[in-house]
Design a protein around this ligand. Structure first.
Ligand SMILES: C[S@@+](CC[C@H](N)C(=O)[O-])C[C@H]1O[C@@H](n2cnc3c(N)ncnc32)[C@H](O)[C@@H]1O
Length: 266
């Protein structure tokens, strides 16, 4: 099986186990943090938007709560069933069980979001191209990616570990997550006192998650077959190769990249 298909399969299995989007993890507060400093919630009101790689529908529901007029939700994995079930205003959503590169060329979308998705696709170029075609002229593509910069120590630990963990069955991976969970709690506490690596992320995001969602986040790091950590240059290049203009990039909490670009008037 290709890396892309294996990753989709891994996420299908993951989201059938971790189905809900409760608490801070699915909140508008978190969405507002994700899209700042480039977008405000108000800017999504009455817009026609798409989300590529919707998983359990967490971001779709955030977009609806922010007032989107219509959301196209793209999810290729077996999580499609969970996505359809979790959507809060189904009359405003079109769900498509396709990969991102198959997004229809609507040509009238105001925004397309891909949050935590392109770094799980070995060749994201065709997905960026499909997003470009589906946007209206002047529409925006917004992406959140794992970053390489700011993650040096973390990557030294996680990359060797993932060689093993991406092959583990659910029960073993869940047991490993439990082992990692408790030292992580102490690490978060120490971040209050010391300028430790990933401090911004630990205190602004992870500490606000419920214990269940912290476990999911650890699992999500260890489970998928393919995960790439982008440098700033690589993240920007995705957009410039995709012919987007007015490309802006932000080092979110010092460990990840948010990138936004605009489709030019053709
Ligand atoms: C980390 S999850 C993010 C889910 C959601 N965006 C969120 O933030 O809650 C990545 C999602 O991308 C999906 N995915 C993987 N490969 C994809 C592809 N080629 N096209 C579209 N989605 C894909 C996975 O099935 C998975 O649900």
């Amino acid at each position: 099986m290709s890396n892309e298909n294996q990753t989709i399969k891994d996420f299908g299995e993951q989201w059938l186990k971790y189905r809900d989007n409760e608490g801070f993890y699915g909140s508008l507060e978190l969405f507002s943090d994700m899209i700042s400093p480039f977008l405000k919630l108000d800017e999504i009101k009455n817009c026609r938007v798409a989300e590529i790689g919707s998983g359990t529908g967490r971001i779709v529901n955030m977009l609806l709560a922010a007032g989107a007029k219509h959301v196209i939700a793209v999810e290729p994995s077996d999580a499609y069933e969970v996505l359809c079930r979790n959507i809060q205003q189904p009359e405003k959503v079109t769900c498509l069980k396709i990969t991102g590169d198959q997004l229809p060329p609507y040509g009238d979308l105001d925004y397309i979001f891909a949050i935590g998705v392109l770094h799980h696709i070995p060749d994201p170029g065709p997905v960026v191209e499909a997003a470009f075609k589906a946007l209206r002229s002047g529409g925006h593509f917004f992406v959140w990616l794992y970053g390489r910069e700011g993650n040096r120590l973390y990557l030294a630990l996680i990359e060797p570990l993932r060689i093993l963990t991406k092959h583990l069955p659910h029960f073993l991976l869940a047991a490993l997550v439990e082992i990692i969970y408790w030292p992580l709690l102490f690490y978060i506490k120490f971040c209050h006192r010391l300028p430790l690596p990933l401090r911004g992320y630990m205190l602004s995001i992870l500490e606000k998650m419920s214990p269940e969602k912290r476990r999911l986040i650890i699992y999500d790091q260890l489970n998928p077959a393919y995960a790439r950590y982008y440098t700033r240059f690589e993240a920007e290049k995705l957009f410039s190769d995709g012919k987007f203009i007015n490309i802006r990039i932000h080092h979110r909490h010092g460990y990840s990249w948010t990138v936004i670009g605009t489709k030019p008037h053709l």
